[in-house]
Design a protein around this ligand. Sequence first.
Ligand SMILES: [Cu+2]
Length: 646
Amino acid sequence: MTTRRRFLKLGVLSGVGVFLYSKLGFLTRAFGAIPGGTLDPKTISKYQMPLIIPPAMPRTAKIKAKGEKNVDYYEIAVRQFQQQILPTGMPQTTVWSYGSVNHPGTFNYPAFTIEAQWRTPAQVKWINDLKDPVTGNYLPHLLPVDPTLHWANPPGGTAGRDMRPTFTTTPGPYTGPVPIVTHLHGGHSAQESDGYAEAWYLPAANNVPTGFATEGTWYNAFKDMSKKANGVAWEPGTSAFQYANDQRATTMWYHDHTLGMTRVNVYAGPAGFYLLRGGPDDMAAGTLPGPAPALGDPPGVKYHEIPIAIQDRSFNADGSLFYPNNREFFDGFSGPYIPYSDISPIWNPEFFGNTMVVNGRTWPYLEVEPRRYRFRLLNGCNARFLILKFSDPALSFWQIGSDGGFLPAPVQLSQLLMSPAERMDVIVDFSVLPPGAEVILQNLAPDEPFGGGEPHADFRVADRNTTGQVMQFRVVPLTAADPSTPPNLLTLPALTPLGPASNTRQVSLNEEDSAVLEGVGPREALLGTLSGGAANPLGWMDAITENPALGATEVWEMYNFTEDAHPIHIHEVQFQVVDRQPFEGVARPPESNETGFKDTVIAYPGEITRVKALFDLSGLYVWHCHIVEHEDNEMMRPYFIGPMTP
Ligand SMILES: [Cu+2]
């Protein structure tokens, strides 16, 4: 939001007398509070409410599916409801999230955790229930949807859906029925169950306007494939995805993935953990801290394995979520927009909230005993990188797992760098602290796009009064002995590395400014290929260029031609990080906590980031930047595994 590069651009503009007012606004942002809604984050009392530990999502039934005798079946809807996210005494917040339609009281932001067992498939009927429960009419979006992006575009009808519509004047936000499609992030999912960005669907509402497309371009094709593969019929306003759970045990999460709307759909709340357990890759020699929430737990169980989703949000004084409704919020650019320029009027290239929300509560606290805990950490922010560090140097993180399951061995780290969508499985030993001790989990990453480097030395760290704090741990007396193995003595499951690659592919990360207004940008971010060593940016609609053979192991070399780091996520696979190499420099090995499998990797500016993956399911998938504002405005590409038959 406030990189030096953008500062210089605005300086140039103000020099020609265009944006003096905006520039003043910008200066306020650069050296003052993080802009947001009408609720000043400094007026929110911290550490007033305990951390919510999401319970296990109740199953609807055990069922048989085609070729499968034992399938965990869920019926999960996305609904709108109110939740106390700000401290008690402040207003509630209207959010969206998932819950089991058969179990009232399970709708929560973040959603309850899906507990999956290795080689026991899970089938989820994902229901778009963004409807008024009384009238059956659709609910409009809680947040401003920019209809000028390349997006789902239901008003375009079947001919104009999943397109960038043409406008003759600058439109306001889209207020029609909201498309959704859920993706299991990290899942080894068949294409029809992956939540493809053009496989969205509207709620089956009473008042969907005539002429609107009710499903995305790929919905019906995947519906047919799903019928064939799993024997399940999709009803209107739903899809039924089946997850094989045949991968290494790990921490995954599920969230919305609709074309051009992911940033606002996920910001509104729909996200939850999906923990896959069991199998040969989940057998550490030793005892890990536990238990985690399980189905049928009586009240009062003490959990020592806890998922922690960290997100930044901004609020208005009435408790509502704030997300910018104009481009001007980002860089002061107040137009001209359509039809005189190519800058979208609402979309912001990145959004940074000024309040930290952990498991759906602002700045919560967790009482911990002086013993070991296992935390499944998720950076669930839209654009914000996190650098987590305890305020007490006696505490450290023992990282045992990453996106794709256990690391080869535990790694002790004093701080954790997490880009959006990354997960880290860590053990923290609070026994080094006396009862009564209070420790803050801090965030030392910047309040702006991350470009690499170390806190203080290379960038200004997050505001120590707001986004520089994440949550608090309060040490209380020990009630029972800790049976868990000290992390330095844990032997983690063996990791089988991928074989040699049969193909190396060069891809690129790009950002483009306005093509008509000098010095205004960015307009959009793009992936692409390389052509003669130079960037060849490509958009969502360009022909597929990444087409690995089924069963191929490939190295992807990601050239980052932009000035920011981007978390790049490839669907279907868990990859290994090979190395990183500055354009003019020598390669360096992956970080000590990147030696397992991953699905999201930080690609630094001016570097080639190499990952190696085995593409073992055929079909249509995507790879994209997980700064969701980028993903929504072209920084996502379809890719295809195996022969592309029409
Ligand atoms: Cu990006």
